[in-house]
Write a protein that binds this ligand. Structure first.
Ligand code: FAD
Length: 399
């Protein structure tokens, strides 16, 4: 049993959706393009993508179907249902999976009140558990994006939250200690408690297999009604290990998003691509990069002679409670903070080897965010850090 397509997108997430949108905009014939996704719904990052664009355009959607092996030499994929799907061009958009507690030696991920958050199934489950825990206690394991955003949602849903993470501050990969302390104070003002510098060691379960308490390595025991785990992700590369070159944990691609096999492209969280601004290959775990590199890959596939260099400025953002921040570029080098950390608008620049390479802003206007994006993309030379500090946001606004 088998089917053949010109283009196959493996994965049904954000990058897959945007790749399909780009194919659709450029015009693909009926039956030329197929999306294979383990999920039972079409790519859903933006409702219009799945409902308005993908379905009417003759794209074959193979949903609820896991690909269990790939043969890049033969250009085939084998599904769990036993079907072989062949392609001329494959776009790998398999994203990443949430790291499980078991990978850190703790059992209990399967308990009914332990939640992860990566896809719609996880989100629906989290909402159900949250509803049944109203007024109760939650422990959030991990102080990254998922931990911070879930903690805010839990508080809004009237659940008492304790955040536990091994680092000294939240969002350690991005925030400076000063920025982190602003958000932690804000969270505390909303009733969130922080237990830092320690990790989960085990769960206590009741007779029904529900977690009733969380034991920490520092000896603390926290009673819980539910647990949310956000301890990082791992790119889904396993189908291609030994077949494609990997780097930074992902599939290594060139500026056209083409892997070491010229018929295979990779986009989104699974791809490690050259970021011109940094002069090196990076793997980014962010939605803006997934959208843009997916569209760039399709442009490079369909009009290779016209597709220019992929000049991408990394962009991350988050919205929590009434707060909202954006970050552009790279957080390396010396940090210059600016603005009012006791007020609503503040930020930071990162200056590396004499050039501004990264900008962070909380509480900015549309114009201010556009200004920090622009200034970061220009990588201006900075001679005087003290002057940059005193000019603050007005420096970006003047560029
Ligand atoms: P995904 O969207 O994960 O899609 C991967 C797809 O591949 C899935 O459909 C999966 O089922 C499928 N798949 C994998 N393996 C197989 C297989 N073998 N067979 C068939 N199908 C397979 N980023 C930001 O910048 N800002 C944010 O505020 C932000 N918030 C987020 C909040 C949450 C809750 C989550 C989970 C992520 C958030 N992100 C955010 C990150 C962003 O969503 C990801 O960067 C983005 O989804 C990456 O897109 P992707 O298509 O590469 O992967």
């Amino acid at each position: 049993m088998g089917r053949a397509f010109v283009y196959v997108i493996l994965g049904g997430g954000v990058a897959a959706g945007y790749a399909a949108l780009e194919f659709s905009n450029r015009g693909v014939s009926h039956g030329e393009l197929c999306i294979i996704s383990e999920e039972s719904v079409a790519p859903y990052e933006r409702p219009a993508l799945s409902k308005g664009y993908l379905l009417p355009e003759g794209i074959e959607l193979v949903l609820g179907t896991r690909v269990i092996s790939a043969d890049v030499r033969r250009r085939t994929l084998l599904t769990a249902a036993g079907e072989t799907i062949s392609y001329k061009i494959l776009i790998v958009a398999t994203g990443a999976r949430a790291l499980k507690l078991e990978e850190f030696g703790v059992n209990g991920s399967d308990a009914e009140n332990v939640c992860y958050l990566r896809d719609l199934t996880d989100a629906n489950r989290l909402v159900d558990v949250m509803r049944s825990s109203s007024g109760g206690n939650a422990v959030v394991i991990g102080g990254g994006y998922i931990g911070m955003e879930c903690a805010a949602s839990l508080v809004i849903n009237k659940i008492n939250v304790t955040m536990v993470f091994p680092e000294a501050q939240c969002m350690p990969r991005l925030f400076t200690p000063k920025i982190a302390s602003f958000y932690e104070d804000y969270y505390k003002s909303k009733g969130v408690e922080f237990v830092k510098g320690t990790a989960l060691s085990s769960f206590d379960m009741d007779a029904d297999g529900k977690v009733v308490a969380v034991n920490l390595r520092d000896g603390k025991r926290l009673l819980v009604d539910m647990v949310v785990v956000g301890i990082g992700i791992r790119p889904n590369t396993s189908l291609f290990e030994g077949q494609l070159t990997l780097e930074k944990g992902g599939i290594k691609v060139n500026e056209k998003m083409q892997s070491s096999n010229s018929s295979v492209y990779a986009v989104g969280d699974v791809a490690a691509f050259p970021v011109k601004l940094f002069g090196e290959t990076r793997r980014l775990e962010h939605v803006d990069s997934a959208r843009k590199c997916a569209r760039h890959a399709v442009a490079a596939i369909m009009e290779p002679e016209k597709s220019g260099e992929f000049d991408y400025v990394p962009f991350f953002y988050s919205r929590i409670f009434a707060l909202s921040w954006q970050f552009y570029g790279d957080n390396v080098g010396e940090v210059v903070h600016f603005g009012d950390f006791s007020g609503n608008t503040f930020g930071a620049y990162w200056v590396n080897k004499g050039h501004l390479v990264g900008s962070f802003l909380e509480g900015g206007t549309k114009e201010e965010y556009a200004a920090i994006a622009m200034v970061t993309s220009l990588k201006p030379a900075i001679e005087d850090l003290a002057e940059l500090e005193s000019r603050g946001l007005s420096y970006a606004m003047a560029v």
